[in-house]
Design a protein around this ligand. Structure first.
Ligand code: SF4
Length: 473
């Protein structure tokens, strides 16, 4: 039996899909890249934006073969669940993933034997653990792994569905996280990405008395967890998403600043640069708080890469309030910003506010912020010109490779430049590198590095969205 998983939304959903794949493989299913070849089509949904929901409606309404079955999971709002009920063969709450094999047979989705000898406890009908994150995962990458440390959210931002779809915060026990990460490092993983809707409010139960030199009793916070992982043996980089500005502590900034493996990268959603709108969004901080935080972070962590999320056209956002967001963006000089046009989500408090900013105006506001971002991101990236940095290779294409720096800057390695000496002249400018014409790259295969390899790259070009460089082969 073949399965194909379609994932929408955030990294948490991607990570959940890796766990779904692991469960299906344990009962004998095999992955296929082709949707047409799949017996089971699993759609892991996201309800944060209407566009993602619309795409799922498009998918489930497409004609499919009679033998193909559709399974829906992820963030699904009750009205969508009701409407999709007749189109899907099974809809399950992601927290019930340990019971998925038991649901398949009664739903007539498979004849496979759902009891695996090694997983009797997991597949038992009496399985009660609410922690589906304790299931093993099948990472899609061979060198970069997501490790969820918590799920759910207690914040109730007025526009957000997450506390309704994922429920309240739940932190995984410390030992479980440690074991998963040690296993990944042992298998050669080079990048560990800790996940959670709000990692800063992580509060994990600890059993091992030896870990008590962290001066903790039964629980540890996120800064302590990060410090603990940072001290693991081996060469790897460590990062995390997402942080809530109101919960990012001085302690965490210090742990990041002194970390050996922690990547100097922070995704810190601001959402708006206007205090009245922030209050209406129930974000729990002011513009001044955010600016102070940025100031502290930049003071302690040089070359930190800061990205953010912004919503334009929130109900009632006046032109003046929007301008405050533009002003804040210019002040912070973000490296990256994910700018979303507001759309009302069922069941949220903001859905009761009048969505009074028209589509064209939202589009215009998005465009204006993107222009600001382009300028600040380019200016930030220009600081890297002439520098030699360590990067982690991600993937290879025809004449170049993609990678990322330790502070998560995307970088393209152009092999047309690759014969140049690493520090070729006194002048560190673009022109100092030794560019060879493409025909000299006779045996291209030999010039590529494997994904997951750390290499040194000299930066010779910058754009708003990436750096470009060469490496000595
Ligand atoms: S912090 Fe706010 S935006 Fe983030 S998941 Fe929680 S409710 Fe949603």
């Amino acid at each position: 039996m073949k399965y194909h998983i379609i994932t929408y939304g955030c990294q948490m959903n991607k990570s959940d899909s890796e766990r779904i794949a692991s469960v299906l493989e344990k009962i004998g299913c095999q992955a296929t890249n082709k949707i047409s070849k799949a017996d089971l089509i699993v759609i892991n949904m996201c309800s944060v934006r209407q566009s993602a929901v619309d795409r799922v409606y498009g998918l489930i309404n497409k004609p499919k073969s009679k033998t193909q079955k559709i399974i829906l999971t992820g963030c699904i709002l009750p009205p969508d669940k009701r409407k999709m009920k007749n189109k899907a063969d099974l809809i399950f709450n992601i927290k019930d993933l340990p019971k998925l094999p038991l649901m398949l047979k009664p739903a007539k989705l498979t004849n496979l034997e759902t009891r695996s000898p090694n997983n009797l406890e997991t597949w038992s009908p009496n399985y009660k653990s609410p922690n589906y994150l304790s299931l093993s995962s099948s990472p899609t990458s061979t060198f970069s792994a997501y490790v969820p440390i918590m799920t759910g959210c207690n914040n109730f931002c007025t526009y957000c569905v997450v506390p309704r779809t994922r429920g309240r915060e739940f932190s995984r026990p410390v030992e479980e996280i440690i074991n998963e990460i040690k296993d990944l490092i042992g298998k050669g993983y080079k990048e560990i990405i800790l996940l959670g809707q709000n990692v800063n409010s992580y509060k994990g139960k600890i059993k091992n008395k030896k870990l008590k030199n962290l001066k903790t009793e039964k629980y540890i916070d996120f800064a302590d967890l990060l410090k603990l992982i940072d001290n693991f043996q081996g060469k790897f980089w460590l990062t995390f998403i997402t942080s809530h500005p109101k919960d990012l502590s001085d302690k965490l900034i210090k742990v990041m600043a002194s970390g050996k493996k922690i990547m100097p990268y922070l995704h810190l959603p601001i959402q708006s640069g206007d205090n009245e709108i922030l209050k209406k969004m129930n974000r729990g901080y002011t513009v001044e708080d955010y600016k102070n935080l940025i100031h502290k972070i930049r003071h302690h962590i040089p070359f930190v890469n800061i990205s953010t999320d912004i919503i334009v056209g929130f109900p009632g956002e006046t032109k003046k309030q929007f301008k405050n967001t533009a002003k804040l963006m210019k002040w912070v000089k973000f490296d990256m910003a994910y700018i979303a046009r507001y759309s009302p989500r069922f069941g949220t408090i903001a859905a009761n506010f009048e969505d009074n900013i028209n589509y064209e105006e939202k589009k215009e506001r998005e465009k204006l912020l993107t222009e600001i971002l382009k300028k600040t991101a380019l200016k930030n990236n220009e600081k890297y010109l002439g520098k030699t940095v360590e990067i982690l290779i991600g993937k290879n294409e025809k004449n170049f490779s993609w990678g990322k720096t330790k502070n998560l800057k995307n970088i393209k390695i152009n092999y047309a430049y690759s014969y140049g000496p690493l520090t070729s002249s006194k002048n560190n400018s673009v022109h100092s590198c030794h560019k060879l014409p493409n025909p000299q790259l006779k045996n291209k295969k030999n010039y590529f590095f494997n994904p997951g390899k750390f290499v040194k790259v000299k930066i010779i070009k910058s754009t708003p969205w990436r750096l470009e460089g060469f490496t000595r082969i």
